[in-house]
Design a binder for this molecule. Structure first.
Ligand SMILES: Nc1nc2c(c(=O)[nH]1)N[C@H]1C(S)=C(S)[C@@H](COP(=O)(O)OP(=O)(O)OC[C@H]3O[C@@H](n4cnc5c(=O)[nH]c(N)nc54)[C@H](O)[C@@H]3O)O[C@H]1N2
Ligand SMILES: Nc1nc2c(c(=O)[nH]1)N[C@H]1C(S)=C(S)[C@@H](COP(=O)(O)OP(=O)(O)OC[C@H]3O[C@@H](n4cnc5c(=O)[nH]c(N)nc54)[C@H](O)[C@@H]3O)O[C@H]1N2
Ligand SMILES: [Mo]
Length: 734
């Protein structure tokens, strides 16, 4: 399924196209935690008579993809709350979600199209939509004429808005010809490939099923910040007698809620998993029946572990005492069902994929895969079988260039600068902030500087907009309709238009329509994207019978009554039918070998510190933003901590650094200066700087992060992932 679509160039497109084509979903069955939605009526009753309540859906790149109820009075968005009909969201939002009423009306919104005289100059002037579109369309046509194709035009779109309709941005690009596309994802690809080699694709249990677990390992994942609604199910499992273990180099808020916290040395998770496997083997605690019935290659895997892995070695690698590894292995193997949640944070390493394979193997040998309350949870795309009507557009007849050109999203700056025959001359940025989110910010900046034209469609004046020539104001999701599903839970939420678009803002799909009209006006036949259409009707065009069947609805408008949950299996791999070439769980994966990896889940050496750069900087996700979103709002600024660099007391003492001292963190790529926060929550060999964008603050860890690829990701997403956390630095007091 994934293989044949590998050529598709943009982020999740290969998956989505594959799912759209096959209508693929998981097998049937499953147990669901029963929630009584009593407070829903209260939410409606609380609204006055002139008030209307709308169904909305948070479209951010977040596990939780929340179902929202919004109250609108006299055309003004007054209140947002979680929709209690959704048994995952359970009537709650996160702090970011509750700030939406400010985000929509923020004085900082981009209100109308603007042109900047000199990138980075701040010298902006308001222009009309017609002027903006004319200038952009003329540039597209001029490039096509000069270079003989539209390949010099590059799209970089990713995760600012995961509404299904927003794949119309890719559609807009397909409809002008063959173009260059930022391909791959900075997010989760190494882990996807790992699970694809082991099981054939990614599928996880319904997170609501965690309540059935007796043992949960939260492995390199921080749901207390990054998936707040999941914590309810972790806590409920605990209440029912489950033990919770957290494994992370940082004592996170999640770890603080666990029964056991293991401060592992970064990038050594595979060693811990394999050490546990060794103990389980030696003590014959594995599930031999499951292995013989459902897997191939376990004999070779066991041979590898017996010959290469010792507990002593695992302990030395991970920094976790042998006795602790033994206890963990024994408890994990003996307590059924046991669930491992594998985070995205832990796979952002040069051996991240291999580490995920080792953890999968641990879950498999103990017979936990395919069980309610068990599993190796990573993600799923089983509810994404839409038509991709907005996305699937064809190039105009006679388009030159042959096919789209893939530009690695995870080395975007260098690849844009290096593109030849033809070079890249124009960028279109949507749902993205590469100037803060991508590695090697200084190289990204150079790439922007080298362009003839940069267009960014945005809501706020981000550092990426600052490096653009034209900015186009886009709507928030309250201002236009859409449809959202999650890569974690199994709900579908309709997003109704609740208020009129603010100022001159337009939805990205509407922008595509207007651009198409302008291109065809200037050169008839130059763009195949529809030039008009009703956005709500377009939502309807994303649905098909398979989706209706999966969610048990007759028509998409049924969703106006509230979110619905998929009816099919929410226990991954329950039927033991894996989507690997052999149809079994593959400890031995020929497919992995084809992609240049060892066929077995072996340990791959982690990257190590050097004399010049002796500290590893981990730059994970922050609680009060989602990447470059939310933190720019005044409401968030009011409650947020100032950004800092977190340092262990002993490390700080070694460098003569005290709390709040200004610290320069540097390597041969660049540096940043931040106040020190001395804390025992980080281990001695690391420093922590959260990835974030703060308005008007010179704070961006990615100035120091090199574009070092992760080991895996190419099979499923077209490009390897990125090792954000293999960033070696030094520090000094300034
Ligand atoms: N150092 C470091 N860097 C990282 C990471 C890390 O762990 N460490 N994590 C990485 C990960 S996992 C990810 S997913 C990426 C995320 O990086 P991005 O995909 O760039 O994500 P966001 O910053 O959430 O969104 C980008 C922009 O989309 C805009 N936007 C929102 N809605 C819309 C819309 O409807 N239309 C348009 N046109 N724009 C919209 C927002 O205002 C925002 O400025 O960052 C990566 N960067
Ligand atoms: N509040 C908030 N929520 C978010 C996001 C956000 O930015 N803010 N981003 C969303 C997105 S796009 C994503 S991808 C997810 C990310 O969700 P998570 O994966 O939960 O979050 P991260 O912060 O990327 O990483 C989780 C943990 O991995 C740890 N880690 C790093 N290296 C290692 C390692 O080698 N071994 C182990 N065991 N742990 C390691 C980090 O210390 C961190 O605590 O969250 C989503 N939700
Ligand atoms: Mo992500």
């Amino acid at each position: 399924m994934l293989d044949k679509n590998k050529k598709f160039s943009c982020s999740r497109r290969s998956f989505l196209k594959g799912i759209a084509a096959t209508g693929a979903t998981a097998a049937v069955g499953g147990s669901i935690f029963d929630f009584k939605p009593g407070s829903f009526k209260k939410a409606e009753a609380a609204t006055g008579t002139s008030a209307k309540v709308f169904q909305n859906a948070c479209p951010r790149n977040c596990y939780d993809t929340c179902a929202i109820l919004s109250t609108v009075e006299d055309g003004v968005l007054k209140k947002v709350t979680g929709n209690p009909k959704n048994t995952y969201t359970r009537g709650r939002l996160c702090a970011k979600g509750f700030s939406y009423t400010r985000r929509v009306y923020s004085p900082d919104r981009i209100k109308y199209p603007m042109r900047q005289k000199g990138r980075g100059s701040g010298n902006w002037e308001r222009i009309s939509w017609d002027e903006a579109l004319t200038e952009i369309a003329e540039k597209i046509l001029q490039i096509k004429k000069e270079y003989g194709s539209t390949l010099p035009i590059c799209l970089n779109k990713y995760s600012g808005n995961f509404d299904i309709m927003h794949y119309g941005i890719e559609g807009m690009f397909s409809s002008i010809g063959y173009t260059s596309r930022a391909t791959g994802t900075p997010c989760w690809p190494a882990g996807i490939d790992a699970q694809t080699f082991d099981m054939g694709t990614i599928i996880c249990n319904d997170p609501e099923d965690m309540v059935n677990s007796k043992y949960i390992i939260l492995w390199g994942v921080n749901p207390a910040w990054c998936s707040v609604h999941s914590m309810y199910f972790v806590e409920e499992a605990k209440r029912r007698g489950c033990k919770v273990v957290a494994i992370d180099p940082i004592l996170t808020q999640t770890a603080s809620k666990a029964d056991l916290y293991l401060q592992i040395k970064p990038s050594t998770d595979g060693a811990l998993a394999l050490g546990m496997v060794r103990y389980i083997l030696d003590n014959e605690l594995y599930d031999a029946d499951w292995l013989t019935q459902n897997s191939i290659g376990y004999e070779q895997f066991f041979g590898y572990v017996k010959n290469n892995i010792t507990l002593e070695w695992a302990s030395e690698k991970t920094g976790i005492p042998e006795i602790v590894i033994e206890n963990l292995a024994r408890e994990y193997a003996a307590t059924k069902p046991a669930n491992i949640w594998i985070g995205y944070g832990m796979q952002r390493h040069t051996n991240g994929g291999a580490n995920v394979r080792a953890i999968d193997a641990l879950a498999a040998i103990t017979g936990n895969i395919g069980k309610s309350g068990g599993g190796a949870q990573y993600a799923h795309l089983q509810t994404w079988g839409f038509n991709y009507h907005a996305m699937l557009q064809s190039p105009p007849e006679g388009s030159k260039g042959g096919k789209d050109r893939a530009i690695n999203m995870n080395n975007f700056g260098a690849e844009v600068l290096g593109a030849k025959n033809p070079p890249i001359k124009m960028l279109w940025i949507a749902c993205r902030n590469p100037m803060t989110q991508d590695p090697e910010t200084s190289v990204i900046k150079k790439a922007f500087e080298a362009m003839d034209m940069v267009v960014t469609a945005e809501q706020f004046m981000t550092p990426t907009v600052e490096m653009s020539d034209i900015v186009l104001p886009v709507t928030t999701f309250f201002e236009s309709p859409g449809i959202n599903v999650s890569y974690w839970h199994w709900w579908m939420n309709l997003n109704e238009q609740a208020i009129k678009p603010m100022y001159e803002a337009k939805n990205d799909v509407e922008i595509a329509m207007k651009l198409s009209a302008k291109l065809n006006e200037l050169e008839p036949g130059s763009c195949t994207f529809p030039t008009s259409g009703d956005l709500e009707e377009w939502v309807g065009k994303e649905f098909n019978d398979n989706i209706y069947k999966q969610f048990g609805i007759q028509h998409w408008k049924d969703l106006k009554k509230g979110p619905v949950k998929a009816k099919n299996s929410r226990v991954a791999w329950k039927d033991g039918k894996f989507l690997t070439p052999s149809g079994k769980y593959e400890f031995w994966s020929e497919e992995a070998f084809k992609f240049g990896h060892h066929p077995l889940p072996v340990y791959v050496e982690e990257m190590k510190a050097t004399d010049n750069y002796p500290l590893r900087c981990i730059s994970p996700h922050w609680k009060l933003n989602i990447h470059s979103q939310f933190q720019n709002l005044d409401w968030m600024e009011a409650i947020n901590d100032a950004p800092s660099i977190e340092i262990h007391p002993r490390t700080a003492a070694r460098y003569g650094i005290k709390n709040n001292d200004n610290v320069k963190m540097y390597n041969d790529l660049g540096y940043i200066i931040l106040p020190a926060k001395i804390t025992e929550t980080v281990s001695e060999d690391i420093v922590v700087v959260y990835e974030a964008w703060y308005k008007n603050r010179n704070y961006n860890v990615n100035y120091t992060v090199k574009a070092i690829p992760a080991d895996m990701g190419e099979k499923a997403t077209g490009m390897p992932g990125i090792s954000f956390h293999d960033n070696f630095v030094n520090i000094t007091r300034v």
